[in-house]
Design a binder for this molecule. Structure first.
Ligand SMILES: Cc1cc2nc3c(=O)[nH]c(=O)nc-3n(C[C@H](O)[C@H](O)[C@H](O)COP(=O)(O)OP(=O)(O)OC[C@H]3O[C@@H](n4cnc5c(N)ncnc54)[C@H](O)[C@@H]3O)c2cc1C
Length: 474
């Protein structure tokens, strides 16, 4: 930030520079420009000034300053979301870039937790744990090279390892959060001064859950404590193809219910497999849907047996053994799997949660939309995929790729219809952001929203944290 000099026009520039130092505060529009979009096409207001705190004390001082001056404050992690969650809705905000707060604080081997600063990226965390002989349950979103622990747990991210361990939020034991009044709260067993951080539910109401998925509206997460597990060396892989999506879903559900797979990924039709793994199904003309399963254990016999059972379930549902190319590729390319898909064009996603039994209904609706808008004829490919996300539900990851700017208008038209179809057919977004917020606000029950607003008002009476999120864009 030092090469491009600050403009020093933001009303809080001097006070922020006094807290964090001039090198870590900048309001030059050149710097601001890189804080105006995430990994989706949506845009909103530009932040007024960027500050990169190094310590909890600096975050605390910045929050207090914003609260005193009633200045909007938006926490930013890797700015790698795909729903515009971190984009300000108001002018002149202070953007708190958590990138420098990326240390591992402690790996507590006795109680099997790791405490990290919220700006730590998932990819680095899993490599550092691997060196010490440990793994996480949820390993990070597929964009985990850039996504941070604080960002993901603030928007309920789902990704690697979720089929067995659930979404990012399920792995959280404790949070350290800076509240609007500057207080620091530690949740879980952290309620007790000096206690080890080993359990989420302890003595009091679950305050951890209040801050998970809050989209940065209730406080700044400075530390996150996550469960860890012994590293599991033995991995088995299996790909299975099915004539119909219904058969594939029935087998997928059975594998999910029985908790057999570390990661279970469904590709809902041939086009989706062709976009993801071109040529993979060329010799299997009868196959329409497939899933890729990964089992991981500390014991080779256990890992092998799990894959045998998955295979038995697949075959019982009319599945065909397709080998293990797709599953191996999926797992070994962790965090780099999705980027090559940009070769198909810019992506428009409809990531959301869905009972596995309702996957075929969505696919039917989406295929009608693809057909109506002649997407393939217009060079717009799709991937309709599902990742097992916990017991009997999945995250539906339906994405279309606009190959160039000329096709964007058509793709957006189809995508908007897909968003409606997703909600109408029983889907629930796991994050909101600009992508889903208007639709979510239209369908949320009044008592639910009112309760959220009461909590927000109580914790943040000056409405400094990410104002307008969950209250409509306007
Ligand atoms: C190639 C690619 C693949 C992806 N795959 C997946 C996937 O599989 N699953 C998935 O869920 N997502 C995926 N994503 C989206 C993205 O990686 C994740 O959503 C990620 O979790 C966002 O983390 P972030 O640190 O970038 O958060 P940001 O985008 O910076 O912020 C997200 C939200 O969290 C808030 N926030 C950030 N840090 C804090 C903090 N310390 N305290 C309080 N609030 C905070 C922000 O204000 C914002 O509301 C993918 C993205 C890309 C580009």
């Amino acid at each position: 930030m030092t090469i491009v000099k600050a403009s020093k026009k933001h009303p809080l520039y001097e006070e922020l520079a006094a807290i964090a130092g001039e090198d870590r505060v900048n309001d030059n529009q050149v710097i601001i420009s890189s804080y105006t979009q995430d990994a989706c096409h949506l845009t909103a207001e530009r932040p007024g000034i960027i500050v990169l705190p190094d310590t909890v004390e600096e975050v605390q001082a910045i929050v207090k300053l914003c609260n005193r001056t009633k200045t909007p404050l938006i926490p930013a992690g890797g700015r790698n979301g795909i729903c515009g969650a971190y984009l300000p809705r108001v002018k002149g905000s202070v953007m708190l870039d958590m990138a420098n707060m990326d240390k591992i604080v402690i790996i507590d081997e006795d109680v099997m937790t790791v405490t990290v600063e919220a700006g730590l990226r998932w990819a680095e965390l899993i490599h550092r744990l691997d060196e010490k002989g440990y793994k996480l349950g949820f390993r990070g979103p597929y964009g985990g090279n850039a996504g941070t622990v604080g960002g993901s747990t603030s928007i309920n991210s789902i990704g690697y390892g979720a089929s067995k361990y659930g979404p990012s939020t399920e792995g959280v034991v404790s949070l350290e959060v800076i509240l609007a009044n500057g207080n620091i709260i530690k949740t879980g067993t952290g309620w007790k001064e000096g206690a080890r951080l080993f359990a989420r539910y302890s003595s009091f109401h679950d305050l951890t859950g209040v801050f998970l998925g809050d989209h940065g509206t209730l406080g700044v997460k400075t530390k996150v404590t996550l469960k860890i597990y012994p590293k599991a060396e033995f991995i088995t892989y299996g790909d299975f193809g099915f004539r119909t999506l219904e058969d594939a879903c029935a087998a997928f559900l059975e594998v999910q219910k029985r908790g057999l797979a570390e990661e279970l990924n469904l590709l809902c039709d041939r086009q989706s497999t062709d976009t993801f793994f071109p040529g993979f199904l060329d010799r299997h003309h009868e196959i329409n849907a497939m899933f890729a399963a990964i089992a991981q254990e500390t014991d080779d016999q256990l890992a092998n047996r799990k894959m045998e059972i998955i295979r038995e379930i697949a075959l019982e549902h009319g599945g065909k053994d397709l080998g293990n190319f797709a599953s191996q590729m999926h797992w070994s390319e962790m965090f780099n799997l999705v980027q090559p898909l940009y070769n198909n064009g810019f992506w428009l996603n409809t990531c959301h949660l869905r009972p596995i039994t309702l996957v075929p209904e969505l696919m039917k609706r989406d295929l009608e939309i693809f057909k109506k808008h002649k997407l393939l004829k217009n060079g717009i490919k799709w991937i309709a995929s599902c990742l097992g996300a916990d017991r009997a539900f999945a995250t539906g990851w339906v994405t279309i790729f606009a190959p160039d700017k000329n096709k964007m208008e058509l793709a957006l038209k189809a995508w908007n219809e897909m968003l409606d179809a997703t909600i109408d057919s029983g889907g629930c977004p796991y994050w909101s952001g600009l992508l889903w917020e208007n639709r979510v606000l239209k369908t949320v029950s009044k008592p639910f929203l009112d309760t959220y607003k009461e909590i927000k008002n109580a914790l943040d009476p000056n409405n400094i944290f990410s104002p307008h999120v969950f209250e409509g864009v306007n």
